[in-house]
Design a binder for this molecule. Structure first.
Ligand code: NOJ
Length: 512
């Protein structure tokens, strides 16, 4: 009797296993196709950033950054979450790299935490050797596993000391010099293995959200202080970051590039914009929005100065001026241009009257009105994040716009991806079946392919955001952008491969 029962149990187990196998085969087969044409030498990869995944915020001599401070202020982040532990990547780095390798990820974009290398941000206070050791270990491990490394030097985690002592990006003199030293240290220690350097990630966001009263670290711009207010601070912060970029590039080109044979660039974010109505004013408003967003940083690094439309529209001497020497330093200061692109929206010419000059915000200065909706209809399906609506053709238009205006030799899509709706609140098994993300990636990559293969845009690389779920800034862990799921409820933050990772892994195979 007992034997018969065991036999029966075994048969049931075998049947269940077979059913699971069949269902996984069906679900793999039903994933969108991966046959999207790209040039043979196109590079596919995945991206992350230090504060969003590392954790270990007080370990091994790391100093505090503005995001440590900001996330610890009650009420600033969803559910008061912080990056203290994040994905604990600091301790799980080898495991994560093994996972990347198993997925066939050949290019990895990571960022280096400035306060891990220079705890106060300043060279004169000493280099944290343990920080150097950590990144050496990580980079060696990546290289040993056949993964090329692209490093972002500034992904928003400014050392708190620089903020407190000098006002951070509001002070170009000290902070620019400090960034130049930090970059120099990174090139010297890691440049033999890092072949792509990105000076800044989305300086627009640091400037407008961090210094324009938008609840983002360092949280400046609300009310006025001796340094300024939301009317001029974003422009000051942007100006410093541009100068810091130019100085870091000069250090790289003068001291390292010839030996190390790497490339250096900057990553800028932009949506693409479509006119709210079919009027000349609205078309012009779209162009203005692109120039105020992308052009604010791209014009200086390609042409040496801000777009004319910004000089005309930002009244009252709030847009700082570059000296002739600074213009020369900036002009041509990129080997590649990085684009972070997720969504598109509608833009119209501003109809409401402008406030007095000294009370105008960055948005006022653009004289545009934006929306994700037209006549109550969204531009595309909404993701989890409030700002993200799926509109694949936008990436092709954006890439063409960049090619036309700047004619760059190399464009890297340094981020593109999506947070699938409801992924944080559904059972893990359901979250892993992330068809929304698979379709998003399929459709956006098809448009990138069209830009490259049909329009002749010089896109050379694409990094999906993100390798794994992570701390999504003010949204904490509620928005999941990963192709790998991180179970924040399990004590060791177990990783699970989502269907999108399997799909991406198939797509990149021919290019590995
Ligand atoms: C851009 C940022 O670089 C990254 O840190 C962020 O997580 C993603 N966009 C998604 O919002």
């Amino acid at each position: 009797m007992i034997q018969q029962q065991t036999l029966l149990t075994r048969q049931v187990v075998v049947i269940l296993l077979l059913l699971a196998l069949i269902s996984s085969l069906i679900s793999a087969a039903s994933l969108a196709n991966t046959n999207i044409p790209f040039p043979k030498d196109f590079r596919f990869g995945a991206a992350t950033a230090a504060y969003q995944i590392e954790g270990a915020y007080k370990e091994d001599g790391r100093g505090l950054s503005i995001w440590d401070t900001w996330s610890h202020i009650p009420g600033k982040i969803y559910n008061n979450q912080t990056g203290d532990i994040a994905d604990d990547h600091y301790h799980k780095v080898k495991e994560d790299i093994a996972l990347m390798k198993s997925l066939g990820v050949k290019n990895y974009r990571m960022s280096i935490s400035w306060p891990r290398i220079l705890p106060t941000g300043l060279l004169k206070h000493g280099i944290n050797q343990k920080g150097i050791d950590y990144y050496n270990m990580e980079i060696n491990e990546l290289v040993r596993n056949g993964i090329n490394v692209a490093v972002t030097l500034y992904h928003w985690d400014l050392p708190q000391y620089l903020q407190d002592t000098y006002g951070g990006w509001l002070n170009s003199k000290e902070t620019v010099q400090a960034f130049r030293d930090f970059s120099d240290i990174c090139f010297a220690h890691f440049g033999d293995r890092v072949k792509d350097w990105i000076t800044f990630n989305e300086p627009f966001i640091t400037s407008v959200l961090g210094h324009g009263c938008n609840d983002w670290a360092p949280g400046l711009g609300c009310g006025s202080s001796p340094a300024g207010n939301s009317s001029n601070m974003p422009y000051m912060a942007a100006h410093s970051q541009l100068l810091a970029h130019a100085h870091a590039v000069k250090v790289y080109r003068d001291k390292y590039q010839q030996d190390q044979q790497g490339r250096i660039g900057i990553t800028l974010n932009s949506n693409f914009y479509y006119p709210l109505t079919n009027t000349k004013e609205d078309y012009e408003a779209c162009e203005r929005a692109l120039l105020f967003g992308f052009g604010w940083f791209a014009d200086p690094v390609f042409f040496g100065d801000y777009p004319q439309v910004m000089k005309d529209f930002v009244e009252g001497n709030r847009l700082p001026l570059f000296t002739e020497q600074e213009k020369r330093l900036l002009k041509g200061s990129v080997d590649f241009i990085g684009l972070n692109h997720y969504t598109s929206n509608y833009i119209g010419n501003r109809k409401s009257p402008l406030p007095p000059v000294n009370q105008r915000t960055f948005n006022d200065d653009q004289r545009t009105e934006g929306s994700s909706y037209k006549n109550g209809v969204p531009i595309g399906p909404k993701a989890e994040s409030d700002w993200l609506f799926v509109y694949p053709p936008g990436i092709r238009s954006m890439l063409n716009w960049i090619q036309k205006r700047y004619n760059p030799q190399m464009i890297y899509v340094t981020e593109n991806g999506v947070d699938a709706p409801g992924e944080s609140s559904m059972p893990i098994s359901q979250a892993l079946n992330d068809t929304f993300r698979v379709n998003y990636l399929h459709d956006y990559l098809t448009e990138v392919s069209n830009a490259v293969m049909q329009d002749g845009v010089n896109v050379k690389a694409y990094f999906v955001w993100s390798m794994m779920d992570n701390f999504e800034w003010t949204n904490g862990y509620s928005c999941r952008f990963g192709v790998v799921f991180v179970d924040y409820n399990s004590p060791n933050l177990t990783r699970y491969v989502k269907n999108s990772a399997k799909w991406y892994s198939e797509l990149v195979k021919p290019y590995n």
